[in-house]
Design a binder for this molecule. Structure first.
Ligand code: GLU
Length: 607
């Protein structure tokens, strides 16, 4: 969540910091601030609101080639000016920005009070500035003072720290991502690779427990205990630098329509049409593991959890072994039994989802092997797992996930096919599936040529008190993803239910005119889904029906939206598209901030 950007170099720092913040905006935040060192003093500017609001209050020129900047997503203390980062020590010796949560901050705060130091903000972060300053006053170097302070903390941190009268930055990571970018005579720090790509491709991802001392043309890394750490340089993928909006009205719009190309990227080189199977090289799974695995568990949060749920269904169907999708935050707390022979898949767009990271660590501790299904190359989950599959969506900047969802589904479909072919899936069935998967990008394009009466659906949705989404089998999960999208973007309460379960509860909500979205592709469950459709219509509900083109059920919807026909196991790749567009268009109609919906963050790096 939130973001950090830091700079030390030969250029004026302020414009670089503000641009860095702008490129971090997609992660979601509520307030923002910057501190620049001009060699004599450190000037701080902060505000509640957007980076544009910060720009508006900045003086015309702020000199200085060293500075730190932050977008805050409040965890401790309200969204106020005084809680906004950077935070400073009493005498202004130390200024810092922090991502994460300091769990023992109250105890540390009491310790400071005893020494006569009172925090001015309500945040957990501010204690760190005072503690580090106390270490400086007692003669420690900046690096030592940070190391000593960190040894007393419990919690998570991404930290970037400025010291008055010291021409350097100190950074540290524990549980919140931080990346150092090395340019020519300048060094950058960012919580996200995306803003670095315009400056340099050469980066180092800090690991948990790392502390970095950063100068203009060099940096060194140590552990919290002061032991030297050898940095490992990564070269960033160029595509991450090209994620500009272009002519598109919003990132979400751009990303919805990028799905055919993104899907091609995901599939390319990973399927064997002749053998009717998948080839996920990065998984490094040998035949024996695939054949002997007793079950598969999948982990994810939000949209990734729904992709995992679709993966679960496909793995069971093709692999004929039990598969279960878990919400990461629940999984890690429930002391789930870990069988080291099982296959564990961790699904995350950002690769930084804190709950999923904790779940992975728990599985690894108990001897389980976890494979990442991740978009961001080099992200924490990718590195923690060391094996897995990159979904290759390219940068996804809208908070609401679209192209990452379809690519997660595609990657899991390829995995299920590979698993299935080592077991019970016949060559012919595998071939047919792979053939359809390869057609899917083109079928997405066909749908985008005529998206159907989305506007009419929006007419029904935009005044609704609540919306019910229904489907069966794979489409029950698509219904959940559609409900999540509409709720996130339009702030309308949405409920998704397997269609068969509707009569056991949610039917009570229906009254004359209630909108109900029914996802009913032409699979073996369609007839049963249609029974639920008739039950809701009998109560006066208005049905928005997602169906396959040419299907006579089109006549049953009050608004009917057709998607091209595809293999019944691949329908989520197409039926989700109108749901994404409906959420996008409804949010626009209601005047919502489509790319940065309130209270949400793109990569959820706190538990
Ligand atoms: N816990 C800190 C605060 O509430 C940092 C939150 C963040 O990661 O932005 O200020």
């Amino acid at each position: 969540m939130c973001g950090i950007f830091g700079y030390i170099g030969h250029q004026q720092a302020l414009p670089i910091l503000v641009e860095g913040l702008r490129r971090l905006e997609y992660r979601g935040y509520d307030s923002t601030g910057v501190a620049v060192d001009d060699g004599q003093s450190i000037q701080t500017h902060k505000t509640v609101g957007k980076v544009a609001d910060l720009k508006a209050i900045l003086p015309p020129s702020v000199q200085g080639t060293l500075g730190i900047a932050h977008t805050r997503w409040a965890t401790h203390g309200g969204v106020t000016q005084v809680n906004t980062h950077p935070h400073a020590s009493e005498a202004g010796t130390v200024h810092l920005v922090h991502n994460g949560i300091i769990e023992n901050y109250q105890q540390l705060r009491k310790g400071l009070l005893k020494r006569g130091i009172e925090c001015v903000s309500e945040t957990d972060s501010e204690v760190l500035a005072h503690m580090i300053a106390l270490e400086i006053e007692s003669g420690s170097t900046p690096l030592e003072s940070v190391q000593k302070t960190l040894r007393r903390l419990r919690g998570t941190w991404g930290l970037c720290i400025l010291f008055k009268e010291h021409d350097l930055l100190v950074c540290a990571r524990n549980g919140s991502p931080l990346i150092i970018g090395q340019g020519e005579g300048e060094t950058f720090v960012s919580s996200d690779p995306h803003p670095l790509t315009t400056h340099t491709q050469r980066v180092v991802y800090l690991e948990d427990g790392d502390v970095a001392l950063i100068k203009r043309d060099s940096f060194s890394i140590t552990s919290i205990r002061g032991h030297a750490v050898e940095p490992s340089i990564t070269v960033l993928e160029e595509a991450w630098g090209e994620a500009e909006l272009g002519d598109a009205p919003h990132y979400m719009y751009k990303e919805i329509y990028e799905q055919p190309d993104a899907l091609r990227q995901c599939i390319a080189g990973r399927v064997d049409r002749e053998m009717g199977t998948g080839r996920l090289g990065g998984m490094g799974l040998d035949h024996a593991t695939l054949v002997q695995a007793p079950h598969v568990r999948l982990l994810g949060c939000g949209t990734a959890a729904y992709a995992a749920e679709i993966g679960q269904t496909l793995i069971e169907r093709m692999g004929r072994i039990p598969a279960v999708a878990h919400i990461s935050s629940e999984f890690r707390n429930n002391d789930t039994v870990i069988n080291p022979k099982a296959i564990y898949l961790a699904v995350s767009q950002s690769g930084e989802t804190a709950d999923t990271i904790s779940a992975i660590k728990e599985i690894q501790l108990k001897g389980g092997q976890v494979f990442g299904v991740v978009n961001v190359v080099g992200s924490t989950i990718a590195r923690l797992c060391g094996q897995g599959v990159y979904i290759h969506s390219g940068p996804e900047q809208s908070v609401a996930s679209t192209k990452a969802f379809t690519n997660m589904v595609a990657a899991l479909t390829i995995f299920a096919t590979q698993l299935g072919r080592t077991r019970h899936l016949s060559k012919d069935d595998g071939r047919e599936l792979i053939h359809h998967l390869q057609q899917a990008p083109h079928l997405m394009e066909t749908y985008f040529e005529d998206t159907g009466p989305i506007g009419e659906a929006v007419d029904l949705l935009c005044d609704a008190q609540s919306v019910l989404f229904l489907g069966r089998g794979l489409s029950a999960t698509v219904a959940k993803e559609g409900a999540l999208k509409l709720m996130e973007l339009a702030y309308i309460p949405c409920l998704a239910y397997p269609a068969g379960e509707m009569k056991h509860g949610p039917i009570a909500l229906l009254e004359e005119g209630s909108p109900v979205v029914v996802v009913a592709p032409n699979d073996h469950l369609k007839e049963k889904t249609m029974s639920a459709l008739h039950e809701v219509k009998a109560r006066g509900a208005k049905v928005i029906l997602i169906h396959e083109k040419g299907d006579s059920i089109a006549a049953e919807g009050d608004v009917s939206i057709a998607v091209p026909s595809i293999h019944p196991w691949l329908t989520p790749l197409l039926t989700v598209l109108p749901l994404q567009l409906m959420a996008y268009e409804t949010a626009l109609r209601l005047g919502r901030d489509v790319d940065r919906p309130r209270n949400l963050a793109k990569s959820v790096t706190v538990e």
